[in-house]
Design a protein around this ligand. Sequence first.
Ligand SMILES: [Zn+2]
Ligand SMILES: [Zn+2]
Length: 436
Amino acid sequence: MNSILIKKGRVIDPSQGLDDILDVYISNDIIKQIAQNINRKASLIIEADHLIVAPGLIDMHTHLREPGREDEETIYSGTRAAAAGGFTSICCMPNTRPICDSRTNIKYIHSRNLELGVVNIYPIASITVGQVGEEIVEFGDLVDAGAIAFSDDGLPVMNAEIMRRALEYTSMFDVPILDHCEDRNLASEGVMHSGYIQSLLGLPGIPGAAESTQVARDVELVEFFGGRLHICHISIGASVHLIRRAKKRGVNITCEVTPHHLTLIDALVKETNFDTNTKVKPPLVSEENRQELLRGLQDGTIDVIATDHAPHTAKDKDKEYVDAPFGLIGMETAVPVILTDIVHTGVISVNQMIEKMATNPARILRLDKGTLKIGTTADVTLLDPDKRHTIKSTAFYSLSRNTPFEGKKCKGAVDTTIVGGNVIYSKGKIVSDEER
Ligand SMILES: [Zn+2]
Ligand SMILES: [Zn+2]
C-alpha cells in the first residue's frame, strides 16, 4: 500500500477556507486525513515545515502540439513540464493537427496520456469544425467523449451568429466556451501592441481594441443568449473594465490572465533587441494596461492565472520579428514568476494565487479537483515560497525553450508534485517510472 504523510506544512486550501500548519495523510490515491500531529505509519514521510501544501494546480490553457508537431511538444514531454511546474491537471487546446473536433481526437489524447503521461489531461474541443469558423461541432457527442470545454483558441470566432449558437448549445451541457478575443481585421498583420514603443520600433501594431471590442461583443452575446463564457488571456485595461461591469450585472462570465501579461510589457521588445521570445498573442502591452490587469487580479475580476503554454522550436522562433510565430512557453516558469513578482511584491496573497491556479479553474470547468477535501483524489502541490533560484531553460522538461524569462532570478519554486497519490516531481527532478 502506498501512503504519504506530509508533516507540518502550511496547508492552504481556499475550497474549504483552510490555512493552517497541519499534517496531510494520503493513502493509496486518496486524501485520508488532515489534522495536527497525525500519528500514522507511511511509506513516505515529507517534512514540509518550510513548505506550502496546496491542492494540485490546474493549468486551464495549454498547447501540447501532439498530434502534429511532436518536435515542439508531446503528451510525454508536456505532462512532465506540467508536473515540474506544479500542475497536476492541464487542459489542452484543440489547435493540433488534426484539430481536436471529433470523438476520435479526444480518445487519442486520453489513450496517449494513459500510456505516457504523468498528470491529468482534460481535452478542450474546437467550437467549429477544423477551426475554420464556419460550422459548429457536435457539442453533445464531444462532451460525451470527454471534452470539458470548447475553444477555437489561436483564432477568434469572427462570426457572431456562430458564437451565439455555440453559447446556446453548450449551455445545454453546462460547459464553458473559452474565448480567444481578437478581431482579426483590427489585428491584421500586427506583431506587437500599438503604442509608443511600437511606433518607435516601426513594427506593425495590434491595437488594444482588437481584443476589447470582441470582449464587448461576447459579453453582449452571453447576456442575450445564455451559456457560460470564459475569456482567455485578457491583456487590455478596457477588457478588465468590461468584465468587471458585466460581473456586477450578474453576467455569466469569467476570465484568465497569463503570468507574462502580468509581469512583462511591450518595452521588452526594444530592450531585448527584438527577441522573438517576446512575440505572443495577445501582445505584451503598456505598463498602464498591466496595472489594470493587476487591479483586476486583486479585486477578483480576473478569476484564473493560466499559462497559455505555446511551444515553438528554436528554429521556428529564429526569424525576423515580423516572421516568427506567436507564442511562449509557461508551465515551468508560472509558479516562480507569480511568487516572485506578484505574491512577494504584495499584489495578491499566496491564498489568492492558489485560488486562481487551482480552486477557480476547477470550479469553472466543474472538475472534482483543485481541493484537498477528505476523500478526494490526492493531487497535491508543495511550494517552497522562499527558495532562491535562476530560471534556466536548459533544465526544462518541455521540448521547447521559447521563454522570455531566461535568466530571471526568482524567489519561490515548486518543491514536489503529487498526482493521484504518487510523487511525480520532487526537488528539481521528475521521478522515474521505476522509482515510483
Ligand atoms: Zn489564444
Ligand atoms: Zn492559447
